[in-house]
Design a protein around this ligand. Structure first.
Ligand code: FES
Length: 363
């Protein structure tokens, strides 16, 4: 289960940031190894304070384990439904967590799997929507590690669940959480609530390269609204911009301010691109967007901004993970058809090598 991860202790924050800022699949900086580490040092005190406020650590490891255990349990409950898979033995199936920027790091998860004698690995991206800066970065890292440690991984056969943004189970789980939160608005206001689907933004240079992330996030939003029978007005907005370059907008905080000033004071935020709580929900949404902006605009009166819960241990979601795993195994393919193409303007040779590596597992 690959994901970005988050620090489990405040002392890990600087290292965590440094790994992000030195990841060339996320951003390109001059003298990146040094400049990225320098940026991490500068930003760490502020970010540490944010983690301190949400309990001193990221909950992503806890939720990933709960989701992994639930996924395996539900998968095994239904394994008799696996067609054409009589040759496969699932008695030892288990989940490993591989984070890109925090412990347990993906590279260490691979070492653990090799030591445990694992011979079949399904890399399950925990980002529902594919982005070259998230799933792509993790897959490139896995490819690079395997290429440099061929002996270690020689007995492992790999495949990838690279995206599942339109899976019915995911859509249902989001819809359930939205409905339950909408019901907390008073009946006379419920129809007026503006649903703001908020996803992590990315630099426009990445969008222009042809990255599919904005389109896959839009697809998720569309399907969720269809499931909700288009019950309310809604918008897709973008959060967490950093640095001076231009990023995909409109930004979540700007849109909240604009809506309130135009009289739309009942707003429901929905984190649509992450599957568990993390700093962007617990601090950025709950504190910076909901608490601080409500306070800043209090002269507008009767502002009511809520957030739909993250998927975390939602049972519909955990069953969806098991279904996605089952469907992937039955397809017997290295990855989805969408992975066969790189971004039209990709200039990173690793992206193609990574695809060839996973494809070669099935040749
Ligand atoms: Fe998207 Fe290389 S940057 S495939």
């Amino acid at each position: 289960m690959i994901n970005m991860g988050g620090p489990k202790f405040l002392s890990e924050v600087e290292n965590y940031l440094s790994r992000i800022f030195t990841d060339k699949d996320i951003m390109k900086l001059p003298f990146q190894k040094y400049f990225g580490a320098f940026l991490a040092k500068i930003r760490a005190p502020k970010v540490k304070k944010h983690y301190q406020i949400i309990g001193g650590k990221s909950p992503i490891y806890k939720w990933s384990n709960i989701q992994g255990e639930g996924m395996i349990y539900n998968f095994l409950q239904n394994k008799d439904k696996l067609l054409n898979c009589k040759d496969l033995n699932f008695s030892d199936i288990k989940h490993y967590i591989g984070f890109r920027y925090a412990d347990p790091l993906t590279e260490n998860a691979i070492i653990d799997m090799a030591k445990d004698g694992i011979d079949r690995v399904i890399v399950f991206s925990q980002y529902p929507q594919y982005c070259c800066s998230t799933t792509g970065s993790s897959l490139n890292a896995i490819y690079k590690f395997c290429n440099a440690n061929k002996n270690l991984v020689e007995n492992i056969k790999w495949s990838v669940i690279d995206r599942w943004h339109s899976h019915p189970g995911l859509i249902k789980a989001f819809s359930e959480n939205i409905k339950s939160e909408l019901n907390k608005f008073s009946i006379d206001k419920r129809k007026e609530v503006v649903i703001l689907f908020s996803a992590h933004s990315l630099p426009l240079s990445v969008v222009k390269r042809g990255d599919l992330y904005p389109y896959e996030v839009s697809a998720t939003v569309n399907l969720v609204m269809n499931e909700l029978k288009w019950c309310n007005p809604y918008r897709l907005v973008w959060q967490s911009k950093v640095g001076p370059v231009e990023w995909l907008s409109p930004f979540t905080d700007d849109v909240i301010r604009s809506l309130v000033k135009r009289g739309h004071k009942n707003i429901l935020l929905v984190p649509i691109a992450f599957t568990s709580d993390h700093i962007e929900t617990l601090h950025e949404m709950d504190i910076e967007y909901i608490k601080d902006i409500s306070e800043e605009l209090k002269s507008y009166q009767n502002i009511n901004i809520k957030r739909a819960p993250s998927l975390n241990d939602n049972l519909t979601f955990i069953k969806a993970l098991a279904d996605i795993l089952q469907e992937h195994i039955m397809r017997r393919e290295p990855f989805s058809n969408q992975m066969r193409l790189t971004c039209p303007h990709c200039i990173n040779p690793v992206c193609l090598n990574m695809r060839n590596f996973f494809e070669s597992q099935y040749s």
